[in-house]
Design a protein around this ligand. Structure first.
Ligand code: UDP
Length: 332
């Protein structure tokens, strides 16, 4: 299948991996990004447009000068902690910016959208694994902004015929198996890059006892007291976006549809640290800290719907492959 795809936020972590995969899958991607957190050199396929979703005139120009078969929308602020202290930034970018995009699409007659949503829309789940039908009660503004937009997309589907596939990611992890792309956040708050940074520091000769790695929470009601997450390889996320686009363009997904992107397997923070010790060969340490605000004890998703409807199965998401690919491209 082919098609011209506008990838909003294509210079970021998941976006850049998806752009590369789109290029390999016969699609013609164009990345639109304001580079506030993304990197121009991470866009390795297709054209690049520098624009901001808050600039409605720029958006109109993009859609009037080019025709697109679909839009894939990644651009968002995504730090849970920051969303609590600075919700204005999150509502402005994730809600106002996304509404601007939807309106520019509707004005231009572009009706197909793949949207980056999140397991954070579920809040603290009562049933594990979480299915798409589970109640959505986000416990932080980041999750709220994504849920608000899911509601808008549902309403726009019935009123204006907008077709949206909303992909609710669990914990995105790993890096391009070819080593071209990787996770680059500044500041870095995610567990795997922080664990690898500590491993790298020790391998460079740093004192293991002067560890910078923090373990947030040792008293969760889990098998070893640390938080459990469902880590999904960024390459598997990229292939899910391609599957979602194919379903939209073939008309097998219409209206609003949401899918979990998960492995159905939980990994605890301590298990992940042990896995990283093996992959890196570094005997690094960590310091125990109290729980981090807003962290649910366990997030594991059911991916049955994505398997059945999109024909998607994760292929890169074993803990070993996630850590191995992340380590291969890790600067050290
Ligand atoms: N975590 C940790 N130390 C860190 C960063 C994260 O112990 O320096 C824990 C965090 O509490 C959570 C898990 O690792 O249980 C995954 O956190 P991350 O920020 O990577 O992803 P999130 O689940 O917040 O999207």
């Amino acid at each position: 299948m082919s098609g011209r795809i506008l990838v909003v936020g294509g210079a970021g972590y998941i976006g850049s991996h998806t752009v590369k995969h789109l290029g390999r899958s016969g699609f013609t991607p164009t990345t639109l990004d304001n580079l506030c957190t993304g990197f121009r050199d991470a866009v390795v396929a297709g054209d690049f447009l520098h624009a901001d979703l808050l600039d409605r005139e720029a958006l109109q120009r993009v859609f009037s000068r080019n025709s697109y078969d679909a839009v894939v929308h990644f651009a968002a602020h995504a730090y849970v902690g920051e969303s609590v202290t600075d919700p204005r930034k999150y509502y402005n970018n994730n809600v106002v910016g996304t509404l601007n995009l939807l309106h520019a699409m509707l004005d231009a007659g572009v009706k197909n959208l793949v949207f980056s949503s999140t397991c954070a829309t579920y809040g603290e789940p009562t049933v594990i694994p979480i299915s798409e039908e589970a109640a959505q009660h986000p416990i932080n503004p980041y999750g709220q902004t994504k849920l608000v937009m899911e509601h808008a997309m549902r309403d726009y589907a019935s009123a204006y015929g907008l077709n949206t596939v909303s992909l609710r990611y669990f914990n995105a992890a790993g890096a391009d198996p070819e080593g071209v792309l990787r996770e680059r956040h500044d500041p870095e708050t995610h567990l795997i890059p922080l664990v690898l940074e500590e491993a790298a520091r020790v391998l460079r000769g740093g004192d293991p006892h002067a560890t910078k790695l923090k373990l947030f929470g040792t008293d969760y009601p889990t098998r070893d007291g640390s938080c459990i997450r469902d880590y999904i390889h960024v390459q598997d996320l990229a292939s899910a976006h391609v599957a979602a686009l194919k379903a939209l363009l073939a008309g097998t997904c219409a209206g609003f549809e949401a899918f979990n992107l998960s492995t159905e397997k939980g990994v605890s923070v301590l298990e992940l640290i042990e896995g990283a010790r093996k992959i890196t060969g570094a005997d690094f340490r960590y310091t125990e800290f109290p729980r981090r605000a807003g962290d649910p004890p366990e997030l594991v998703g059911s991916a049955a719907k994505a398997r059945t409807v999109l024909g998607w199965t994760p292929e890169w998401s074993s803990l070993e492959t996630i850590l191995e690919t992340a380590w291969r491209s890790f600067p050290r």
